[in-house]
Design a protein around this ligand. Structure first.
Ligand SMILES: [Zn+2]
Length: 245
């Protein structure tokens, strides 16, 4: 079973505003070819049901520590940790689709690449990114559009397996607001930084100074953003729900 998660980024007034993304689970047979099943993989669920109660509670205690916002992420994902699996040093391949909208500036592309590079510099997480020139084997696709039809500046669409491991991601980034205003390059950088956080598996922070806060306007990751990503990647992906009896 593969599912898709959509996080949306919104613009609000003059400040960047991020809204809690819509979670759109699409089961086999419901989502069309783009999210069709490739045979399913329920191993994660089997493993999690065997997780001892002691281990499960220990992980939940780590997640509940307020030094990170992973608890909020778990609330938004039905108690499942979703992240990329072990990479053995292989960076995630990021492909920027050709074709850019009217009003696109080369600086936007550089800002998005800088945002990937910023996350790559975070030590302690095994996920790094490399920009590739062809779509072959790319795990992450970046698309540019002129504007969303609603108040939104970016969107992350994630596909994951039944065991919680992310499989592919698409970032859609806008160059203009829905009302037609050209976005500052710094805003595009912030949107990309925030959306890449989602593509790593992070949800929203409850702290306004974090880049993953729903209405953040900060232009860099905070220590708490980095700690949350490090904790997510220190724990195995999968469900932390209590086994049903
Ligand atoms: Zn968001």
């Amino acid at each position: 079973m593969r599912r898709i998660l959509v996080w949306a980024v919104f613009l609000g007034g003059t400040a960047m505003a991020f809204s809690l993304g819509r979670r759109v689970p699409i089961d086999e047979g419901e989502g069309g070819a783009a999210v069709s099943s490739e045979g399913g993989d329920m191993r994660g669920r089997v493993e999690s049901s065997r997780l001892s109660e002691q281990v499960r509670l220990s992980r939940l205690r780590q997640i509940a520590d307020p030094s990170t916002y992973l608890a909020g992420t778990l609330e938004a994902t039905d108690s499942t940790l979703r992240r990329w699996g072990d990479r053995d040093g292989r960076p995630l391949r990021v492909y920027f689709e050709p074709g850019t909208p009217v009003g696109y500036l080369p600086e936007y592309g550089r800002a998005a690449q800088d945002a990937f590079a910023r996350w790559t510099r975070v030590g302690g997480i095994p996920v790094q990114f490399t920009i590739v020139r062809t779509p072959d084997d790319a795990e992450v696709t970046v698309k540019w559009i002129r504007a969303f039809s609603v108040r939104r500046a970016g969107q992350a669409d994630l596909v994951w397996r039944g065991d919680g491991r992310l499989q592919e991601a698409t970032l859609t980034l806008a160059t203009h607001s829905e009302s037609g205003h050209q976005l500052p390059v710094e805003a595009v950088f912030t949107v990309a930084l925030h959306e890449i956080g989602h593509l790593l598996g992070l949800g929203h922070s409850d702290e306004p100074r974090d880049v993953m806060y729903p209405t953040t306007s900060v232009h860099d990751l905070t220590a708490r953003d980095r700690r949350t990503a490090m904790l997510l990647y220190a724990l195995p992906p999968g469900s932390l729900k209590a086994a049903s009896r």
